[in-house]
Design a protein around this ligand. Structure first.
Ligand code: GLP
Length: 262
């Protein structure tokens, strides 16, 4: 795991956006795996800026989102499709047909999940998968106990996740308890994984991801087995890491090495 520890959430977003921008400049038809939640919002703002000032174009790129609430159509204001339209897709030159979010209102969700994985394969696989992390270590909506080789499927949300996400729903509004999510195996197939975490509420999950055992109890710990994963986290999210200083030392050494190769 490459662990990049930065001062604050602004620096995390800037660093993450730079990874996307560089990929897009090298590979205009890159396939991105995208995430919802509050964490990626600042990164999306930077991608919008980069697109609007013509540093990059998304016109040949495509995207696959991690997850969606089961039972919500893409028009629903709390759907993740709607979230992506509002916070990214409507502001960049990506073609709507090249953006994919699982269909929360699919007639047959089980078939839809299988088709989602097949479509990812047909498009050549995901170049960079962006992830946030739940306080319980979930990625996408793969809650603790999710199979570490699981594929896209219907998942039941934990009470903790429902409570964490209740802030997005009005009082009394229907909040789904089920979701469609890429599986951990689906995420692990991505060529590169970028996990962003900010704030001390994520410190336990980051500790379990990096220094805990490989275990379905912390779904993000599966990333220990990925060959190209970069965690970009702020000081607050890093505060429980026992070897924090060592990770910073590795990064400094990496940068020296990269500079000497230029
Ligand atoms: C949701 C999403 C996850 C996201 C997590 C954390 O449960 N399904 O993909 O990583 O929330 O969200 P936040 O970034 O708002 O803390």
């Amino acid at each position: 795991m490459q662990i990049v520890i930065l001062e604050n959430s602004e620096a995390v977003a800037a660093h993450g956006a730079e990874v996307f921008i560089q990929k897009l400049q090298k590979k205009p038809n890159a396939v991105f795996g995208l995430a919802t939640g509050s964490t990626p919002l600042a990164l999306y703002k930077k991608l919008i800026e980069a697109n609007q000032n013509k540093t990059v174009s998304f016109s040949d790129a495509s995207s696959f989102n991690l997850d969606e609430y089961l039972g919500l159509s893409g028009q629903h204001p709390q759907s993740y499709r709607h979230f992506m339209q509002e916070n990214l897709f409507n502001h960049i030159d990506i073609h709507r047909d090249n953006t994919h979010v699982p269909h929360g209102d699919a007639e047959n969700p089980i078939t839809a999940c299988k088709e989602y994985d097949e479509l990812i394969t047909q498009k050549g696989g995901i170049d960079i998968q962006l992830l946030g992390i739940g306080r319980n270590g979930h990625i996408g909506f793969n809650e603790p106990s999710s199979g570490l080789s699981s594929r896209t499927r219907v998942k039941t949300l934990t009470h903790a996740t429902i409570a964490d996400n209740a802030r997005f729903f009005a009082e009394g509004e229907f909040q789904p308890h089920l979701s469609i999510t890429m599986g951990i195996g689906t995420i692990m197939d991505s060529r590169k994984v970028l996990l962003l975490a900010t704030g001390s509420s994520k410190a336990d999950a980051i500790y379990a991801t990096v220094e805990g055992p490989l275990s379905a109890s912390c779904p993000a710990s599966a990333l220990q087995m990925h060959q190209d994963v970069m965690l970009i986290i702020d000081e607050a999210a890093a505060e429980k890491l026992q070897h924090k200083e060592f990770y910073k030392h590795i990064e400094r050494e990496n940068q020296k090495l990269m500079a000497s190769l230029k």
